[in-house]
Design a protein around this ligand. Sequence first.
Ligand code: PHE
Ligand code: NA
Length: 453
Amino acid sequence: MQTDRKAQELWSHRSVFILALMGSSVGLGNIWKFPYLTSEQGGGTFVLLYLACVLLVGVPMMKAEVLLGRHTRSNPVQAMRLLSREAGVSERWRILGWLAVLTGVLIFSFYAVVAAWIFYYVFSLSAGLLADAGWEQSNNFFSRMLADPDTLLTSHTLFMLVVLLILGAGVRRGLDRAIRYLMPLMLLLVLILLVYAYQSGYFWQAYQQLFQFRPERIDGAMVLAALGHAFFTLSLGTGAVMTYGAYLSRKESIGQAVACVGVLDTLLALLIGMVIFPVLLAAQMPSTSGPELLFISLPVAFGQLHAGQVLCVMFFLLVGVAAVTSAISLMEPFTALLEQQWGLRRVVAAVISVATAWCMSLAVLFSFGHLAGVTWYGMNLFELLNFVTTYFLLPLVSLAIMVFTGWILSRRITQSELTLSVPGYYLWRLCLRYLVPLAIGLIFLTNLYNVSF
Ligand code: PHE
Ligand code: NA
């Protein structure tokens, strides 16, 4: 243990911590997954279930992750080692820290590929490549891009360099500063797009589609989809939140900050839905799911509207910024681990962590082109990583973290870190010890069941 290492850098202000967590949580999950899940799963019914999951599962869990990080001021691996020592249990719990870091790197390796598509779209759309394209043309454009990863190498490399630049500069000069510029930019873009969508004339129709509540449509699959999405969208289970928590001053209230982030992440998902659906409706495009929605339908829809081309570039810029702020949080745990565990300089640690992820990500990039023939159970590397992380690693790591915090860590520690009111604290503990493990266990078993049949 390096107790005598130089004092850990902290966020410059509480609001930066909130923005940083928000930057981590608002990403492709909000902009790409949430809108299509919502339209696929029955609008308002799904939205309501998802809200319940965020409130009852996501927020308590996020508090736990922040508290573990802040209490130890360490990356997930060292945090688990210090905490298990404090709790008097086996230090093997550090394996959980490793698993969290690994999950982050795995998610990053396919996240970066989608980010490369987005960067590529920003350039292509600015150059007017898809101007006045029909659905057919747009579809061809997307397939051609996928089949030819060599053309994507530039945007992929650019994305990696941006992440490296931010991580390499450290917590204060890198993450903190980047977040202070990128988050306002992101919010500004959302605002402009919203005003534009409002003027399209289809705002209220989209609103109804998004918020119409039909309780009779609730079923197990929908609950599980909502729960699974709550984890992914709040960045839980990768140590990202834990590591960001390590940089939070002891004076600040964890409860308030986390509640803020939970609300803002959800609000942004809904607002972005209120940009996408009016645009699709106005252009009479079907709201298909998956990659088509963002990469094929949306450019066509924007292209048919007044000033749509410019706004479409803005939209993809927004997705790009959101992807960058999430990606740095995915790689921060590994970078901090290298820095703290082996006493490496920040820049060196960042280069090693990003280079490692870069190599893995290149394999994912080529899984659409040269390596398209390599599949497992019919999934290429991209699909496999997406599947394994979302359905196995995230719930597994989250479950273990919750069990550790709720059942093994002493109440003295959790109570003193959280400083909640007495009923608030007991409610949190109830969620953590019973509700959350039960919920995660349920997702996990159902997925196992679905895979084996
Ligand atoms: N929350 C991010 C999103 O919604 C994804 C993410 C997951 C980021 C895990 C960090 C850690 O896109
Ligand atoms: Na999110």
